[in-house]
Design a protein around this ligand. Structure first.
Ligand SMILES: [Zn+2]
Length: 471
């Protein structure tokens, strides 16, 4: 049998029918039931071509006369342009017309389609390319589009990347300017604000991405997650060495979650200096704490290493217990830190280091002991540097206050590791990583569609939603 698919167009000039595709079919074999992907692509591509051509014809015919004297514009010629859509790259003949002599003009000719084609890529294609390449690699995203969409030419990963960067740069240009402080007004004014909503918790963390120019070096990315008591949490990210408005960026995230200047904000971080600078001067009611997640992760690593220690070590031909007392010491250090008792925690750390030191000095040449000693010293420095930001976590926890933003997985892992993979071929420039981070966080926060709607008011409207549900 045959299936003829036609398009009927209706407008003020009447009705016209165009053949789109003709499918020939048997009914023998599972693989011939229904339409194939290739047929669907041909159908969509032909349909798109027809629809766009007719839209352009109408657009031009609405403008073919001079609005002042109603005389028809004289044609000078035309040149081809490519309009990239999800359903094909369309070659469009863009006409050039002479300006009408009834008014003075700066140029002799003009291209009427320039007003319509403000971009040579359809917003929906830009949107999907940006969305998918935020989630998977540029390469995979390009392959995905080639597989499922009727785009006849090969899609280059670099072209997907360029499109993403173009969207990201537009978003970046719309971000307001940087300020030293975002705290506005004075305590009296804050007091007169409406009763503040529940606190917002913001977790900020640093991670590293491999530099493509110098494969041995990494550069720092800062990511975070902002969690209000009510409503959805949002993540954000930036490349410290590239971003010139990090505070504005974080401020806008908090503002979009309804932050008031009399509202309490709890910043949880891993204690790095660069990370902490970012949180200053954003809110007068801010509290800065070391994220329990990072403390407990480090302790878990110490504990794992300690499990590999020899059971005993020899010193002056005397046997001493090693593994058990060290494991117990780590347990008590954790307990003191949980209760915010840094003084005791540091005391216990010191005696743990002395025990390990004795074991290393003795006849024990064990590498695990050395490794644990080094890690314990690093942890010591970490706790000492961050003393001021360690709180009574147990107490907070009992009162139902947040002490960590990442019990399940760290924000770095969620935002960075899954897209900026450590595979050899994945190397980044600070700029490329920063722009991708902007798009990735927007996609993870489910905000990219809204961004496009602000640029293109009829982008993916409610009627599109109704169509999807009806299908
Ligand atoms: Zn005129």
């Amino acid at each position: 049998m045959k299936f003829k698919i036609q398009l009927t167009t209706q407008d003020e000039t009447g009705e016209a029918t165009h053949e789109l595709v003709c499918l020939e079919r048997t009914t023998e074999g599972l693989e011939v039931i229904g339409i194939s992907l290739a047929e669907a692509k041909t159908l969509l591509a032909n349909l798109q071509k027809q629809v766009v051509e007719q839209q352009i014809a109408t657009f031009l015919s609405n403008r073919q006369q001079c609005p002042h004297c109603t005389q028809a514009f004289r044609h000078k010629g035309q040149h081809p342009v490519v309009f990239r859509t999800l359903f094909g790259n369309l070659k469009i003949l863009s006409p050039r017309w002479f300006q009408c002599n009834c008014q003075p003009h700066k140029t002799r000719t003009f291209s009427p389609l320039v007003d319509l084609f403000t971009d040579h890529c359809s917003p929906e294609r830009l949107y999907l390319e940006t969305k998918w390449s935020s989630l998977v690699s540029f390469d995979l995203a390009a392959q995905l589009f080639e597989d499922v969409l009727p785009i006849e030419t090969h899609i280059q990963a670099t072209s997907v990347r360029n499109h993403l960067q173009r969207v990201a740069k537009r978003v970046e240009a719309e971000l307001g300017g940087e300020q030293f402080s975002f705290i506005d007004g004075c305590p009296n004014e804050w007091a007169s604000l409406p009763r503040p909503p529940m606190p917002i918790t913001v977790g900020i963390d640093g991670g590293y991405v491999r530099h493509w120019n110098n494969k041995k070096t990494n550069f720092e990315v800062i990511v975070g997650k902002s969690i209000p008591e009510e409503g959805a949490s949002k993540c954000f990210g930036l490349v410290q060495s590239y971003d010139d408005k990090p505070k504005r960026r974080l401020f806008e995230v908090l503002k979009s979650q309804g932050m008031q200047l009399n509202q309490q904000i709890v910043f949880l971080s891993d204690g790095g200096d660069t990370v902490r600078k970012l949180q200053l001067y954003l809110n007068p009611e801010a509290e800065h704490l070391l994220d329990w997640f990072h403390v407990t992760m480090r302790l878990t690593v110490l504990n794992q290493t300690a499990k590999g220690l020899p059971i005993t070590f020899e010193d002056d031909d005397k046997k001493h217990e090693l593994r058990e007392p060290i494991l117990k010491a780590i347990e008590s250090i954790k307990w003191y830190l949980w209760h915010g008792n840094t003084y005791e925690a540091l005391q216990h750390l010191e005696s743990l280091e002395m025990d390990l030191d004795a074991a290393v000095d003795g006849k024990n040449k064990d590498s695990v002991t050395r490794k644990l000693l080094r890690s314990a010293e690093e942890f010591h420095t970490y706790i000492a540097n961050n003393q001021a930001f360690i709180t009574n976590y147990g107490e907070r926890y009992r009162q139902g206050e947040r002490i960590s933003t990442g019990f399940v997985e760290s924000t770095v892992n969620y935002v960075v590791a899954k897209r900026f993979t450590k595979r050899q071929q994945m190397q980044w420039s600070p700029k490329g990583a920063h722009l991708l981070l902007q798009m990735r966080t927007r996609v993870l926060n489910d905000e990219l569609e809204q961004t496009f709607r602000e640029w293109y008011p009829d982008f993916r409207t409610e009627s599109d939603e109704k169509l999807k549900k009806a299908a």
